[in-house]
Design a protein around this ligand. Structure first.
Ligand SMILES: Cc1ncc(COP(=O)(O)O)c(C=O)c1O
Length: 355
């Protein structure tokens, strides 16, 4: 049997389980706590002509995305969320018996996409909470077709160093397709690798980005990727026609122009780090250094116990046991108020976790 994607608990499930109409704080899916880019929202609402099929080549949005990253339209692939492109790349390059390399813990979808192709996911454990690029190189065989690198990595939030990245790129065999999922890169400091710059230097490098996080458009489903024109052409042959809906195109185009919303989102995330991290340090709770809009917090109890206790308080986080990250919770950085509610609950529950 294939593994299935395990989504976060939803607020309505918590209400059903525990009753009451109290406030639920969801810090479980790394969504944007400020909502959606207002410009994007307005643009999606203004869409009409829904009776018509559009241009399935998506020239307008491809040009806009390319211009935003000093690339060309022929280097862009668009998807129904970046998740669709993960599936697409596995469909395009993997057959039964092939191998694809993934970090563990990392984003679960890679393993699911590999499994559906009856290929083998070769798992490389993180080293000190960070993607072990050297370890990945060591696991390459003649059967290796794909390598998935999530940077910053979900669920740890960690990013590789520039030195480790350059060394990895130099040694990675040129025929291997490299997928770099940078869903959270917009939240990162300038030190973090921007792999889009590597697309021009290395063929068969596909860098994924999404509108779901920094632009607050998770429900609109729009993701995109950059690669050399030949790789894009391969993916285009497999992708379904009209895979991106007209409202998603309109929303994505407007979101790209909304620098103010991006800046506010980054500022909220940075403020959240300043609010949360010294407090967790004072409680003696370890977390990996994060370059994303979430963090992996160690708890002195089983992750399931801590997750359940927080759920009873109306706070939804991700349980590390479900993410192959035992002893930790993955928690999204929220608004100031949401972070304060979480801090208060953790402080109250902590003594019971230690017994
Ligand atoms: C590593 C990673 N990639 C991609 C995504 C987003 O996918 P999509 O663009 O399909 O919403 C997520 C969202 O949780 C993620 O954590």
């Amino acid at each position: 049997m294939f593994e299935s994607y395990q989504r976060a608990t939803l607020p309505e499930e918590v209400r059903r389980r525990f009753g009451g109409g109290g406030r639920i704080v969801k810090l479980a899916s790394n969504e944007n706590p400020l909502g959606t880019s207002p410009k994007a929202l307005e643009a999606t609402r203004a869409v009409n002509g829904l009776n018509l099929y559009g241009d399935d080549a998506y020239p307008d949005i491809k040009e806009r995305l390319a211009a935003a990253h000093r690339m060309r339209g022929e280097n862009v692939v668009v998807g129904h969320g970046s998740n669709e492109i993960v599936k697409l790349v596995a469909e395009t390059y993997l057959q039964a018996g092939d191998e694809a390399i993934v970090a563990v813990p990392s984003f679960l979808l890679y393993r699911l996409a590999i499994g559906v192709r009856a290929a083998t996911a070769v798992e490389v454990p993180l080293r000190d909470g960070t993607t072990d690029l050297e370890g990945m190189l060591e696991r390459i065989t003649p059967r290796t077709k794909l390598v998935f690198v999530c940077d910053p990595n979900n669920p740890t939030g960690t990013a590789v160093t520039r030195e480790a990245w350059s060394a990895f790129l130099q040694r990675l065999p040129p025929d291997v397709v490299l997928v770099v999922d940078q869903a959270y890169r917009e939240f990162s400091s300038a030190d973090v690798v921007d792999a889009i710059a590597d697309v021009a230097r290395r063929s068969r490098t596909l860098v994924l980005r999404t509108m779901s996080k920094i632009y607050g458009l998770a429900a609109l489903r729009f993701g995109y990727g950059f690669a050399d024109a030949e790789t894009v052409e391969m993916l285009e042959r497999i992708r379904l026609p009209f895979n991106v809906a007209a409202p998603a195109l309109a929303g994505a185009a407007a979101a790209l122009e909304d620098r103010a919303f991006v800046q506010r989102s980054i500022a909220n995330n940075e403020a959240g780090k300043r609010q949360l991290f010294p407090a967790f340090d004072a409680m003696g709770l370890h977390r990996y250094p994060t370059e994303a809009n979430f963090y992996a917090l160690a708890v002195p109890a089983s992750a399931t116990r801590a997750y359940e206790d927080l759920l009873q308080e109306g706070i939804i986080v991700r349980c590390g046991d479900a993410l192959r990250m035992p002893g930790r919770l993955r928690i999204t950085i929220g608004t100031e108020e949401e972070n304060a509610i979480l801090l208060d609950a953790v402080e109250r529950l902590l003594p019971s976790w230690k017994t």
